[in-house]
Design a protein around this ligand. Structure first.
Ligand SMILES: *Cc1c(COP(=O)(O)O)cnc(C)c1O
Length: 487
């Protein structure tokens, strides 16, 4: 395929913008409502963007989870789905895709990524264990702790820097890993977890070199490696772009090499294959057997795992498409454009651009809002009010409280503006950038939030908050004054 190997579309005029390498054939109407209606909607939603209704949203940049656009080939594959409780041909096609793209022999299907985390945590983690990793993901940590494990993040000093030009901020610090093994002993470490394109710290990739170093240490102590491959396509793309030794490699070879170093690979198909569902794969038959019997218990029989067979067909095609650079490069190209433009406008964003979305640094954006008043949550609510764009808080609200009931202040307060794959156009991206810039110039108007109703577990999903003053109304008034009744 000649188009495989594409770097970037260049313009004769020197313009530096991403180009959509697909055409739009099915469309969905969006709703850009007046600011007054958005004010009512966010109030009703408890100032939590998870509780908004999409009929009130213009650009839904909450997440890439289950919101990526499917390809024509994915949609048409659904027609050949083989409806069967057991032994469905759809499953075997999906298994073949995993064998080819990830190089793993066995596949356990599950209904989504966190279901894989549930099974892996139940099987391998016992009370008192510690699990070292580059960075946690919300559902990952919740399942590990539920099973008595403790998450220890051993990222490098670069990881949490907002401004950086380090190409691999998702790396594991090998010195910290060695220290940790010496301190706790390998027996208390059921596995080391790598997360591809670390979701919570800006979609930052790790390098192949880093994984090789960690693998060598793990092997010398007989420790297993588990890879969360939910965002593996983008991580592979960044390895190709940023790691000298892989410039000439195909994405498929990179994916195979990454997966080969992990004993267990699990994924959320809501991300990696632009469908729904998830899976756990391994080439180790003993590990496979240890996990197998929990699948019918929690998910469904071994050839559907709680998913519809139509979805499974589309997943298989989605996995093959993950090896196509013209597809996998799209989201990073738009993220890079948005990050670089915002950076040029002086808006504090995480650099370098990573996978999945543009991450705005809420503490830099709203230095006057104390972390106890949730700057990232406030920024998410404020941006929705002034643009109809829905982002996601990734900060202290997404964290939890300690045993004494105090907030555990997050390492970073981020507003994540996700770019689901092949969903938004360049003009929509420019609209978002424009409104973020307006908000930045009017940032003094944004105040903090406090909890009104707070669930004890994963509170960011269903928690309801309120503003600490009437700042939302003042912000809306200024918006109207500046935009003169325009949307
Ligand atoms: C989304 C995600 C998960 C959880 O997957 P779900 O399908 O939403 O349950 C786990 N890990 C990472 C890195 C993710 O991005």
């Amino acid at each position: 395929m000649k188009e495989n190997g594409l770097q970037k579309v260049k313009f004769y005029s020197g313009t530096d913008i991403p180009v959509e390498l697909h055409k739009v054939r099915i469309v969905q109407k969006l709703h850009l409502k007046p600011v007054e209606e958005r004010l009512v909607a966010i109030e009703k939603g408890g100032y939590n963007t998870f509780l908004l209704n999409t009929k009130d949203i213009f650009l839904d940049m909450l997440t890439d989870s289950g919101t990526n656009a499917m390809s024509d080939n994915q949609l048409s594959s659904m027609m050949q789905a083989d409806d069967a409780y057991a032994g469905s041909q759809s499953f075997y096609r999906m298994e073949a895709a995993i064998q080819e793209v990830f190089g793993k022999q066995y596949l356990l299907p599950v209904h989504q990524g966190r279901a894989a985390e549930n099974i892996i945590s139940q099987v391998f983690i016992k009370k008192g264990d510690i699990i070292p990793m580059n960075y946690h993901f919300t559902t990952t940590k919740a399942h590990m702790e539920l099973n008595g494990g403790k998450v220890l993040e051993i990222f490098t000093d670069e990881a949490l820097k907002i401004k950086s030009n380090h190409p691999f901020k998702g790396n594991i610090d090998v010195n910290k890993l060695n220290d940790l093994i010496a301190e706790y002993g390998a027996d208390r470490i059921p596995f080391i977890r790598f997360e591809a394109s670390t979701n919570l710290i800006g979609g930052q990739p790790y390098s192949m070199e880093n994984m090789k170093e960690v693998k060598a240490i793990a092997d010398s102590h007989g420790i297993t490696i588990v890879l969360d491959a939910s965002l593996i396509g983008e991580n592979a793309w960044f390895i190709k772009q940023r790691e000298e030794a892989y410039k000439q490699s195909s994405i498929k070879d990179i994916l195979n090499e990454m997966c080969d170093m992990a004993d267990i690979v699990y994924f959320s198909s809501r991300k990696v294959s632009s469908t729904r569902g998830g899976g756990i794969c391994t080439s180790n038959y003993d590990l496979f057997l240890k996990m197998r019997d929990l699948v019918p218990l929690f998910e469904g029989f071994l050839t559907y795992g709680g998913m519809s067979v139509r979805e499974i067909e589309a997943m298989a095609v989605g996995f093959y498409e993950t090896t196509d650079e013209t597809i996998i490069s799209q989201s990073p190209a738009f993220v890079e454009y948005a990050v670089n433009e915002l950076d040029k406008l002086g808006v504090p964003v995480i650099t370098p651009a990573g996978a999945l979305g543009c991450h705005v640094d809420a503490m830099g954006f709203l230095p006057h809002v104390p972390q106890e008043e949730y700057p990232a949550g406030a920024l998410a609510a404020a941006l929705y009010i002034v643009s109809g764009c829905r982002g996601m808080e990734r900060g202290t609200i997404s964290s939890e409280r300690d045993e004494d009931g105090n907030d555990i202040l997050a390492d970073m307060e981020l507003l994540r503006l996700a770019f689901p794959r092949r969903v938004f156009t360049l003009s929509q991206t420019m609209f978002m950038i424009d409104r973020v810039k307006w908000l930045y110039d009017n940032r003094d108007l944004v105040g903090g939030l406090r909890f009104k109703e707070e669930p004890p577990v994963l509170r960011f999903f269903m928690g309801r908050l309120e503003p600490v003053s009437d700042w939302p109304q003042k912000l809306a008034d200024k918006f109207n004054a500046d935009f003169g009744g325009s949307l």
